[in-house]
Design a protein around this ligand. Structure first.
Ligand code: SF4
Ligand code: SF4
Length: 509
Protein backbone atom coordinates (compact mmCIF):
# COMPACT_ATOMS: atom_id res chain seq x y z
CA UNK A 1 0.00 0.00 0.00
CA UNK A 2 1.28 3.46 -0.75
CA UNK A 3 -0.45 5.56 1.83
CA UNK A 4 -1.90 5.38 5.26
CA UNK A 5 -5.29 5.88 6.87
CA UNK A 6 -6.07 8.79 9.05
CA UNK A 7 -7.23 9.28 12.60
CA UNK A 8 -8.56 12.75 12.06
CA UNK A 9 -11.90 10.95 11.81
CA UNK A 10 -11.77 11.28 15.57
CA UNK A 11 -11.86 15.01 14.98
CA UNK A 12 -8.64 17.03 15.03
CA UNK A 13 -10.44 20.04 16.41
CA UNK A 14 -12.12 17.91 19.09
CA UNK A 15 -8.72 16.72 20.25
CA UNK A 16 -7.50 20.31 20.32
CA UNK A 17 -10.57 21.45 22.26
CA UNK A 18 -9.94 18.76 24.86
CA UNK A 19 -6.34 19.91 25.24
CA UNK A 20 -7.30 23.56 25.62
CA UNK A 21 -10.14 22.66 27.98
CA UNK A 22 -7.84 20.86 30.38
CA UNK A 23 -4.78 23.04 29.98
CA UNK A 24 -5.40 25.31 32.94
CA UNK A 25 -6.33 22.54 35.34
CA UNK A 26 -3.47 20.36 34.13
CA UNK A 27 -0.95 23.09 34.85
CA UNK A 28 -1.87 22.45 38.48
CA UNK A 29 0.65 19.92 39.95
CA UNK A 30 -2.01 18.37 42.21
CA UNK A 31 -4.33 17.63 39.29
CA UNK A 32 -1.43 16.12 37.35
CA UNK A 33 -0.50 13.96 40.29
CA UNK A 34 -4.11 12.73 40.58
CA UNK A 35 -4.14 11.89 36.87
CA UNK A 36 -0.81 10.11 37.23
CA UNK A 37 -2.24 7.87 39.93
CA UNK A 38 -4.96 6.66 37.53
CA UNK A 39 -2.68 5.41 34.76
CA UNK A 40 -2.27 1.84 36.03
CA UNK A 41 -4.26 -1.03 34.57
CA UNK A 42 -7.24 -2.16 36.65
CA UNK A 43 -7.53 -5.95 36.35
CA UNK A 44 -11.09 -5.98 37.71
CA UNK A 45 -12.44 -3.44 35.22
CA UNK A 46 -10.08 -4.53 32.41
CA UNK A 47 -8.97 -1.03 31.47
CA UNK A 48 -6.82 1.74 32.93
CA UNK A 49 -8.26 3.21 36.09
CA UNK A 50 -8.51 6.53 34.25
CA UNK A 51 -10.80 5.08 31.57
CA UNK A 52 -12.85 3.08 34.05
CA UNK A 53 -13.29 6.05 36.42
CA UNK A 54 -14.17 8.38 33.53
CA UNK A 55 -16.81 5.99 32.19
CA UNK A 56 -18.31 5.60 35.65
CA UNK A 57 -18.44 9.38 36.09
CA UNK A 58 -20.12 9.75 32.68
CA UNK A 59 -22.68 7.07 33.52
CA UNK A 60 -21.38 4.79 30.74
CA UNK A 61 -21.06 1.94 33.21
CA UNK A 62 -22.37 1.20 36.68
CA UNK A 63 -20.04 -1.75 37.04
CA UNK A 64 -16.73 -0.21 38.16
CA UNK A 65 -14.69 -1.58 41.05
CA UNK A 66 -14.65 0.25 44.41
CA UNK A 67 -11.31 1.94 43.77
CA UNK A 68 -12.30 3.19 40.26
CA UNK A 69 -15.62 4.45 41.62
CA UNK A 70 -13.82 6.46 44.27
CA UNK A 71 -11.42 7.83 41.68
CA UNK A 72 -14.37 8.85 39.47
CA UNK A 73 -15.18 11.60 41.99
CA UNK A 74 -11.75 13.18 41.53
CA UNK A 75 -11.94 12.76 37.75
CA UNK A 76 -15.36 14.43 37.85
CA UNK A 77 -13.83 17.32 39.78
CA UNK A 78 -11.10 17.76 37.13
CA UNK A 79 -13.67 17.66 34.32
CA UNK A 80 -15.88 20.23 36.06
CA UNK A 81 -12.91 22.54 36.67
CA UNK A 82 -11.77 22.14 33.07
CA UNK A 83 -15.26 22.92 31.80
CA UNK A 84 -15.57 26.02 33.98
CA UNK A 85 -12.18 27.42 32.99
CA UNK A 86 -13.14 26.90 29.35
CA UNK A 87 -16.45 28.72 29.80
CA UNK A 88 -18.62 25.70 29.16
CA UNK A 89 -20.88 23.70 31.44
CA UNK A 90 -20.34 20.20 32.80
CA UNK A 91 -23.56 19.18 31.04
CA UNK A 92 -22.29 20.36 27.65
CA UNK A 93 -19.02 18.52 28.16
CA UNK A 94 -20.83 15.34 29.18
CA UNK A 95 -23.02 15.55 26.08
CA UNK A 96 -19.93 15.80 23.86
CA UNK A 97 -18.68 12.62 25.46
CA UNK A 98 -21.58 10.56 24.24
CA UNK A 99 -19.32 8.97 21.65
CA UNK A 100 -17.01 6.13 22.78
CA UNK A 101 -14.15 7.26 20.52
CA UNK A 102 -14.40 10.74 22.04
CA UNK A 103 -13.99 9.20 25.49
CA UNK A 104 -10.97 7.24 24.30
CA UNK A 105 -9.53 10.48 22.87
CA UNK A 106 -10.14 12.28 26.16
CA UNK A 107 -8.46 9.48 28.11
CA UNK A 108 -5.45 9.81 25.82
CA UNK A 109 -5.39 13.59 26.28
CA UNK A 110 -5.58 13.30 30.09
CA UNK A 111 -2.95 10.56 30.12
CA UNK A 112 -0.71 12.73 27.90
CA UNK A 113 -1.10 15.63 30.33
CA UNK A 114 -0.19 13.34 33.25
CA UNK A 115 2.88 11.93 31.46
CA UNK A 116 4.25 14.90 29.55
CA UNK A 117 2.43 18.02 30.76
CA UNK A 118 0.82 20.40 28.26
CA UNK A 119 3.40 20.78 25.51
CA UNK A 120 3.19 22.65 22.21
CA UNK A 121 2.68 20.60 20.15
CA UNK A 122 0.80 18.24 22.40
CA UNK A 123 1.88 14.65 23.14
CA UNK A 124 -1.05 12.34 23.92
CA UNK A 125 -0.82 9.40 26.33
CA UNK A 126 -0.77 6.96 23.41
CA UNK A 127 -0.71 7.43 19.63
CA UNK A 128 -4.17 8.39 18.37
CA UNK A 129 -3.53 6.19 15.39
CA UNK A 130 -1.36 3.20 14.63
CA UNK A 131 -0.85 2.45 10.95
CA UNK A 132 -0.33 -1.27 10.91
CA UNK A 133 1.23 -2.80 7.79
CA UNK A 134 -0.10 -6.29 8.42
CA UNK A 135 1.57 -7.83 5.37
CA UNK A 136 4.11 -6.98 2.72
CA UNK A 137 2.15 -9.04 0.19
CA UNK A 138 0.43 -7.00 -2.49
CA UNK A 139 -1.52 -7.62 -5.69
CA UNK A 140 0.09 -4.58 -7.37
CA UNK A 141 3.58 -3.27 -8.18
CA UNK A 142 3.35 0.48 -7.55
CA UNK A 143 6.46 2.45 -8.38
CA UNK A 144 5.98 4.80 -5.40
CA UNK A 145 5.30 2.13 -2.75
CA UNK A 146 6.83 3.00 0.62
CA UNK A 147 6.79 -0.65 1.67
CA UNK A 148 8.61 -2.31 -1.25
CA UNK A 149 5.52 -4.48 -1.31
CA UNK A 150 4.86 -7.50 -3.54
CA UNK A 151 5.99 -10.71 -1.87
CA UNK A 152 6.67 -11.16 1.83
CA UNK A 153 10.47 -10.91 2.15
CA UNK A 154 10.77 -11.75 5.85
CA UNK A 155 8.94 -13.24 8.78
CA UNK A 156 5.48 -11.74 9.33
CA UNK A 157 3.46 -11.77 12.55
CA UNK A 158 0.94 -14.60 12.74
CA UNK A 159 -2.77 -13.79 12.98
CA UNK A 160 -2.66 -14.80 16.64
CA UNK A 161 0.20 -12.36 17.29
CA UNK A 162 -1.73 -9.58 15.49
CA UNK A 163 -4.86 -10.27 17.58
CA UNK A 164 -2.74 -10.19 20.76
CA UNK A 165 -1.12 -6.97 19.55
CA UNK A 166 -4.54 -5.38 18.95
CA UNK A 167 -5.50 -6.33 22.47
CA UNK A 168 -2.38 -4.60 23.77
CA UNK A 169 -2.98 -1.47 21.66
CA UNK A 170 -6.50 -1.27 23.10
CA UNK A 171 -5.13 -1.53 26.64
CA UNK A 172 -2.52 1.22 26.21
CA UNK A 173 -5.19 3.61 24.90
CA UNK A 174 -4.67 3.77 21.12
CA UNK A 175 -7.79 5.36 19.59
CA UNK A 176 -7.62 4.08 16.02
CA UNK A 177 -5.95 1.34 13.98
CA UNK A 178 -5.46 1.85 10.24
CA UNK A 179 -4.71 -1.43 8.49
CA UNK A 180 -2.33 -1.07 5.62
CA UNK A 181 0.38 -3.13 3.96
CA UNK A 182 1.15 -4.40 1.26
CA UNK A 183 -2.52 -4.80 0.52
CA UNK A 184 -4.45 -5.41 3.74
CA UNK A 185 -7.66 -6.57 2.03
CA UNK A 186 -5.94 -9.75 0.76
CA UNK A 187 -4.91 -10.88 4.26
CA UNK A 188 -7.09 -13.94 5.00
CA UNK A 189 -7.87 -12.69 8.53
CA UNK A 190 -8.48 -8.98 7.83
CA UNK A 191 -12.19 -9.09 8.74
CA UNK A 192 -11.34 -10.66 12.11
CA UNK A 193 -8.77 -7.91 12.75
CA UNK A 194 -11.36 -5.20 12.01
CA UNK A 195 -13.88 -6.86 14.29
CA UNK A 196 -11.26 -7.26 17.03
CA UNK A 197 -10.30 -3.56 16.73
CA UNK A 198 -13.93 -2.63 17.31
CA UNK A 199 -14.22 -5.07 20.21
CA UNK A 200 -11.36 -3.25 21.95
CA UNK A 201 -13.04 0.13 21.57
CA UNK A 202 -10.70 1.38 18.82
CA UNK A 203 -11.75 2.90 15.51
CA UNK A 204 -10.98 0.59 12.55
CA UNK A 205 -9.71 2.14 9.31
CA UNK A 206 -8.11 0.61 6.24
CA UNK A 207 -5.92 1.92 3.42
CA UNK A 208 -6.36 -0.12 0.25
CA UNK A 209 -5.74 -0.05 -3.50
CA UNK A 210 -9.39 -1.11 -3.88
CA UNK A 211 -8.70 -3.90 -6.38
CA UNK A 212 -10.50 -6.68 -4.51
CA UNK A 213 -13.21 -4.33 -3.28
CA UNK A 214 -14.68 -3.58 -6.69
CA UNK A 215 -16.70 -6.68 -5.84
CA UNK A 216 -19.70 -5.17 -4.05
CA UNK A 217 -20.37 -8.26 -1.93
CA UNK A 218 -16.79 -8.30 -0.67
CA UNK A 219 -16.91 -4.58 0.13
CA UNK A 220 -20.12 -5.22 2.08
CA UNK A 221 -18.30 -7.74 4.28
CA UNK A 222 -15.96 -4.96 5.44
CA UNK A 223 -18.96 -2.82 6.22
CA UNK A 224 -20.50 -5.68 8.22
CA UNK A 225 -17.26 -6.23 10.14
CA UNK A 226 -17.48 -2.62 11.34
CA UNK A 227 -14.93 -0.80 9.16
CA UNK A 228 -15.43 2.91 9.90
CA UNK A 229 -13.09 4.58 7.44
CA UNK A 230 -11.62 3.48 4.13
CA UNK A 231 -8.88 5.14 2.16
CA UNK A 232 -8.62 4.18 -1.51
CA UNK A 233 -5.68 5.24 -3.66
CA UNK A 234 -6.22 6.83 -7.04
CA UNK A 235 -3.15 8.12 -8.85
CA UNK A 236 -4.78 10.11 -11.62
CA UNK A 237 -7.86 11.10 -13.55
CA UNK A 238 -6.58 9.28 -16.58
CA UNK A 239 -6.75 5.47 -16.16
CA UNK A 240 -3.42 5.20 -18.00
CA UNK A 241 -1.70 7.40 -15.36
CA UNK A 242 -3.03 5.22 -12.53
CA UNK A 243 -2.40 1.87 -14.21
CA UNK A 244 1.15 2.77 -15.23
CA UNK A 245 1.93 3.76 -11.62
CA UNK A 246 0.35 0.56 -10.31
CA UNK A 247 1.70 -1.85 -12.92
CA UNK A 248 -1.74 -3.45 -13.46
CA UNK A 249 -4.10 -2.83 -16.37
CA UNK A 250 -7.67 -2.15 -15.27
CA UNK A 251 -6.61 -1.06 -11.78
CA UNK A 252 -8.20 2.41 -12.18
CA UNK A 253 -11.67 1.03 -13.02
CA UNK A 254 -11.54 -1.32 -10.03
CA UNK A 255 -10.43 1.45 -7.65
CA UNK A 256 -13.24 3.75 -8.82
CA UNK A 257 -15.81 0.95 -8.46
CA UNK A 258 -14.53 0.26 -4.93
CA UNK A 259 -14.95 3.96 -4.07
CA UNK A 260 -18.55 3.84 -5.32
CA UNK A 261 -19.22 0.66 -3.32
CA UNK A 262 -18.06 2.20 -0.05
CA UNK A 263 -19.83 5.52 -0.68
CA UNK A 264 -23.05 3.52 -1.29
CA UNK A 265 -22.43 1.55 1.92
CA UNK A 266 -22.22 4.79 3.90
CA UNK A 267 -18.63 4.29 5.11
CA UNK A 268 -16.46 7.41 5.49
CA UNK A 269 -14.41 7.43 2.28
CA UNK A 270 -11.11 9.16 1.63
CA UNK A 271 -9.47 9.11 -1.79
CA UNK A 272 -5.69 9.38 -1.55
CA UNK A 273 -3.39 10.59 -4.29
CA UNK A 274 0.37 10.75 -3.99
CA UNK A 275 1.20 13.85 -6.00
CA UNK A 276 4.29 13.75 -8.21
CA UNK A 277 5.34 15.27 -11.54
CA UNK A 278 3.57 12.28 -13.07
CA UNK A 279 0.06 13.41 -12.09
CA UNK A 280 0.33 17.04 -10.88
CA UNK A 281 -1.49 18.41 -13.94
CA UNK A 282 -4.45 16.11 -13.36
CA UNK A 283 -5.21 17.25 -9.80
CA UNK A 284 -7.59 20.18 -10.57
CA UNK A 285 -9.86 17.95 -12.65
CA UNK A 286 -9.51 15.11 -10.18
CA UNK A 287 -10.99 17.35 -7.49
CA UNK A 288 -14.24 17.69 -9.50
CA UNK A 289 -14.29 14.02 -10.42
CA UNK A 290 -13.80 12.81 -6.83
CA UNK A 291 -16.28 15.34 -5.47
CA UNK A 292 -18.91 14.00 -7.89
CA UNK A 293 -18.32 10.49 -6.55
CA UNK A 294 -19.63 11.67 -3.16
CA UNK A 295 -16.36 11.13 -1.32
CA UNK A 296 -15.82 12.71 2.14
CA UNK A 297 -12.12 13.59 1.92
CA UNK A 298 -9.57 13.98 -0.84
CA UNK A 299 -6.11 13.58 0.65
CA UNK A 300 -3.13 14.92 -1.28
CA UNK A 301 -0.23 12.77 -0.14
CA UNK A 302 3.22 14.21 0.04
CA UNK A 303 5.64 12.13 -2.03
CA UNK A 304 8.32 10.64 0.24
CA UNK A 305 11.34 8.97 -1.33
CA UNK A 306 11.34 5.74 0.64
CA UNK A 307 10.88 2.07 -0.33
CA UNK A 308 10.31 1.83 -4.08
CA UNK A 309 9.69 5.58 -4.02
CA UNK A 310 13.42 6.17 -3.51
CA UNK A 311 13.87 5.13 -7.15
CA UNK A 312 11.69 7.97 -8.48
CA UNK A 313 13.08 10.96 -6.56
CA UNK A 314 13.23 12.82 -9.86
CA UNK A 315 9.40 12.92 -9.80
CA UNK A 316 9.27 14.88 -6.54
CA UNK A 317 7.57 18.30 -6.74
CA UNK A 318 9.60 21.46 -6.31
CA UNK A 319 8.76 23.55 -3.21
CA UNK A 320 7.04 26.11 -5.44
CA UNK A 321 4.88 23.45 -7.13
CA UNK A 322 3.92 22.01 -3.73
CA UNK A 323 3.00 25.42 -2.41
CA UNK A 324 0.82 26.22 -5.45
CA UNK A 325 -0.88 22.83 -5.15
CA UNK A 326 -1.72 23.47 -1.51
CA UNK A 327 -3.11 26.90 -2.34
CA UNK A 328 -5.39 25.33 -4.97
CA UNK A 329 -6.55 22.77 -2.40
CA UNK A 330 -7.24 25.48 0.15
CA UNK A 331 -9.30 27.57 -2.28
CA UNK A 332 -11.24 24.54 -3.56
CA UNK A 333 -12.17 23.61 -0.01
CA UNK A 334 -14.69 26.42 0.06
CA UNK A 335 -16.62 24.94 -2.85
CA UNK A 336 -18.23 21.89 -1.28
CA UNK A 337 -18.69 19.52 1.60
CA UNK A 338 -15.75 17.39 0.47
CA UNK A 339 -12.63 18.36 2.42
CA UNK A 340 -9.37 18.56 0.50
CA UNK A 341 -6.51 17.86 2.87
CA UNK A 342 -2.85 17.11 2.68
CA UNK A 343 -0.23 15.12 4.52
CA UNK A 344 2.23 17.91 3.68
CA UNK A 345 2.55 19.77 7.00
CA UNK A 346 3.21 22.99 5.07
CA UNK A 347 -0.54 23.05 4.34
CA UNK A 348 -1.06 24.73 7.72
CA UNK A 349 1.32 27.57 6.78
CA UNK A 350 -0.35 27.98 3.39
CA UNK A 351 -3.80 28.14 5.04
CA UNK A 352 -2.48 30.66 7.56
CA UNK A 353 -1.04 32.87 4.82
CA UNK A 354 -4.27 32.84 2.80
CA UNK A 355 -6.78 33.51 5.52
CA UNK A 356 -7.88 37.10 6.17
CA UNK A 357 -6.54 38.63 9.43
CA UNK A 358 -10.00 38.88 10.99
CA UNK A 359 -10.89 35.29 10.15
CA UNK A 360 -11.82 32.83 12.87
CA UNK A 361 -10.12 29.90 11.20
CA UNK A 362 -7.60 27.67 12.94
CA UNK A 363 -4.97 26.50 10.45
CA UNK A 364 -3.75 22.91 10.74
CA UNK A 365 -2.54 20.70 7.94
CA UNK A 366 -5.46 18.31 8.06
CA UNK A 367 -8.35 20.43 9.20
CA UNK A 368 -9.15 24.15 9.17
CA UNK A 369 -12.09 24.66 11.49
CA UNK A 370 -13.78 27.94 12.31
CA UNK A 371 -13.80 28.83 15.99
CA UNK A 372 -16.28 30.66 18.14
CA UNK A 373 -14.32 30.65 21.41
CA UNK A 374 -11.15 32.83 21.50
CA UNK A 375 -9.48 30.23 23.78
CA UNK A 376 -9.40 27.94 20.76
CA UNK A 377 -6.91 30.21 19.01
CA UNK A 378 -4.11 28.22 20.65
CA UNK A 379 -5.47 25.07 19.11
CA UNK A 380 -3.22 24.90 16.05
CA UNK A 381 -0.05 25.06 18.15
CA UNK A 382 -1.29 22.21 20.34
CA UNK A 383 -2.44 20.00 17.48
CA UNK A 384 0.82 20.70 15.67
CA UNK A 385 2.05 19.66 12.25
CA UNK A 386 4.02 16.48 11.62
CA UNK A 387 2.50 13.88 13.91
CA UNK A 388 5.25 11.23 13.64
CA UNK A 389 5.83 9.64 17.04
CA UNK A 390 3.21 11.91 18.55
CA UNK A 391 -0.22 11.32 17.00
CA UNK A 392 0.98 8.41 14.82
CA UNK A 393 3.19 5.38 14.94
CA UNK A 394 3.57 2.47 12.59
CA UNK A 395 3.94 -1.28 12.93
CA UNK A 396 5.67 -3.34 10.28
CA UNK A 397 4.60 -6.89 9.24
CA UNK A 398 7.29 -8.37 11.57
CA UNK A 399 6.17 -6.18 14.50
CA UNK A 400 8.92 -3.54 14.21
CA UNK A 401 7.84 -0.09 15.39
CA UNK A 402 8.64 3.22 13.65
CA UNK A 403 7.50 6.83 14.24
CA UNK A 404 5.63 6.87 10.92
CA UNK A 405 5.22 4.48 7.97
CA UNK A 406 7.38 6.65 5.75
CA UNK A 407 10.60 5.95 7.61
CA UNK A 408 12.91 3.39 5.99
CA UNK A 409 13.47 0.12 7.85
CA UNK A 410 16.78 1.14 9.36
CA UNK A 411 18.02 0.50 12.88
CA UNK A 412 18.69 4.16 13.72
CA UNK A 413 14.99 5.04 13.32
CA UNK A 414 13.51 1.78 14.60
CA UNK A 415 11.84 2.22 17.99
CA UNK A 416 11.60 -1.45 19.00
CA UNK A 417 9.37 -4.43 18.33
CA UNK A 418 5.79 -5.06 19.33
CA UNK A 419 6.48 -8.62 20.52
CA UNK A 420 9.87 -8.13 22.15
CA UNK A 421 9.57 -4.71 23.79
CA UNK A 422 7.31 -2.82 26.18
CA UNK A 423 5.20 -0.43 24.10
CA UNK A 424 4.40 1.97 26.95
CA UNK A 425 8.07 2.19 27.91
CA UNK A 426 8.95 3.11 24.31
CA UNK A 427 6.18 5.72 24.12
CA UNK A 428 7.28 7.36 27.35
CA UNK A 429 11.06 7.06 27.28
CA UNK A 430 12.46 6.41 23.80
CA UNK A 431 15.11 9.03 22.97
CA UNK A 432 14.34 9.16 19.23
CA UNK A 433 10.70 9.92 20.04
CA UNK A 434 11.78 12.66 22.44
CA UNK A 435 13.87 14.27 19.68
CA UNK A 436 11.27 14.02 16.94
CA UNK A 437 8.61 15.61 19.20
CA UNK A 438 10.81 18.56 20.10
CA UNK A 439 10.31 21.26 17.46
CA UNK A 440 12.84 23.59 19.15
CA UNK A 441 15.81 21.51 18.03
CA UNK A 442 14.98 21.31 14.33
CA UNK A 443 17.83 22.34 12.04
CA UNK A 444 18.01 24.90 9.23
CA UNK A 445 15.04 27.14 8.59
CA UNK A 446 12.62 24.63 10.18
CA UNK A 447 14.26 25.36 13.56
CA UNK A 448 13.84 29.15 13.43
CA UNK A 449 10.60 29.16 11.45
CA UNK A 450 7.62 30.84 13.13
CA UNK A 451 5.53 27.86 11.92
CA UNK A 452 7.65 25.14 13.47
CA UNK A 453 4.84 24.12 15.82
CA UNK A 454 1.99 24.05 13.32
CA UNK A 455 4.19 22.53 10.60
CA UNK A 456 7.68 21.37 11.65
CA UNK A 457 8.35 19.92 8.20
CA UNK A 458 7.84 16.27 7.30
CA UNK A 459 10.41 14.42 9.40
CA UNK A 460 10.28 11.40 7.09
CA UNK A 461 11.18 13.53 4.05
CA UNK A 462 14.00 15.17 5.99
CA UNK A 463 15.35 11.78 7.04
CA UNK A 464 15.00 10.15 3.63
CA UNK A 465 16.83 13.01 1.91
CA UNK A 466 19.47 13.86 4.53
CA UNK A 467 19.68 10.86 6.91
CA UNK A 468 18.82 13.14 9.84
CA UNK A 469 15.37 13.33 11.49
CA UNK A 470 16.01 16.96 12.49
CA UNK A 471 17.17 18.20 9.06
CA UNK A 472 15.15 20.85 7.19
CA UNK A 473 12.31 19.54 5.02
CA UNK A 474 13.45 20.32 1.45
CA UNK A 475 9.83 20.38 0.28
CA UNK A 476 9.23 23.87 1.68
CA UNK A 477 9.67 27.20 -0.14
CA UNK A 478 11.56 28.47 2.92
CA UNK A 479 14.12 25.70 2.44
CA UNK A 480 14.83 26.44 -1.23
CA UNK A 481 18.58 26.13 -0.62
CA UNK A 482 18.16 22.60 0.73
CA UNK A 483 15.97 21.74 -2.25
CA UNK A 484 18.73 22.90 -4.63
CA UNK A 485 21.16 20.52 -2.87
CA UNK A 486 18.68 17.66 -3.19
CA UNK A 487 18.02 18.43 -6.84
CA UNK A 488 21.73 18.49 -7.68
CA UNK A 489 22.20 15.16 -5.91
CA UNK A 490 19.30 13.62 -7.85
CA UNK A 491 20.78 14.91 -11.11
CA UNK A 492 24.19 13.50 -10.16
CA UNK A 493 22.69 10.10 -9.25
CA UNK A 494 20.83 10.06 -12.57
CA UNK A 495 24.05 10.87 -14.42
CA UNK A 496 25.97 8.12 -12.63
CA UNK A 497 23.23 5.61 -13.40
CA UNK A 498 23.40 6.68 -17.05
CA UNK A 499 27.20 6.15 -17.02
CA UNK A 500 26.83 2.68 -15.56
CA UNK A 501 24.22 1.70 -18.13
CA UNK A 502 26.16 3.27 -21.01
CA UNK A 503 29.88 2.80 -20.25
CA UNK A 504 30.99 3.33 -23.86
CA UNK A 505 29.02 6.54 -24.38
CA UNK A 506 30.09 8.06 -21.07
CA UNK A 507 33.80 7.24 -21.61
CA UNK A 508 33.82 9.91 -24.36
CA UNK A 509 32.77 12.63 -21.89
S1 SF4 B 1 6.87 12.18 9.01
FE1 SF4 B 1 5.23 13.49 9.80
S2 SF4 B 1 4.52 14.82 8.13
FE2 SF4 B 1 5.77 13.13 7.30
S3 SF4 B 1 4.27 11.59 6.68
FE3 SF4 B 1 4.98 11.03 8.74
S4 SF4 B 1 3.55 12.05 10.16
FE4 SF4 B 1 3.25 12.98 8.14
S1 SF4 C 1 10.60 26.03 7.21
FE1 SF4 C 1 10.05 24.01 8.05
S2 SF4 C 1 8.64 24.48 9.74
FE2 SF4 C 1 8.74 26.32 8.46
S3 SF4 C 1 7.03 26.12 7.06
FE3 SF4 C 1 8.85 25.26 6.06
S4 SF4 C 1 8.80 23.06 6.47
FE4 SF4 C 1 7.40 24.10 7.93
Amino acid sequence: MTNRGNSEELGGSDIGKMIVTFKRIADNPLARSILHRTLHYCEKDESTQLESALKFYLGKTDDACYSCRRMSKLIGFIIRKGATSFGTSEKELKEAMDDDYWIRGLVSVLKGIALFGVKEPFIPGAPFQIVWNITQKCNMQCIHCYENAGKATGKELSSKEIINGLNRMGNVGVASIAFSGGEPSIHPQILDFIQCTNDHGMFPAMATNGYTLADKKRAQKFNNAGLGFVQISLDGLDPVTHDSFRGINGAWEKAVQAIKNFVDAGIFVEVATTVTEHNLDEIPEMIDFIRDLGVNWFMLYNFIPTGKGSGIKNMDLSPHERSELLKTAYLENNNSDMQILSTAPQYATVAKSMVSPDSTMIPTHFYNPEYSNPALLQLADFIGGCGAGRFYMSIEPNGDLYPCVFFPHKDDVKLGNLIEDDFEDIWTHNSLLKSIRNKEILKGHCGRCESHNICGGCRARAYNYFGDILAPDPGCVKNQEEWEKVKNKILMEGYQEFRMKNPILSSHN
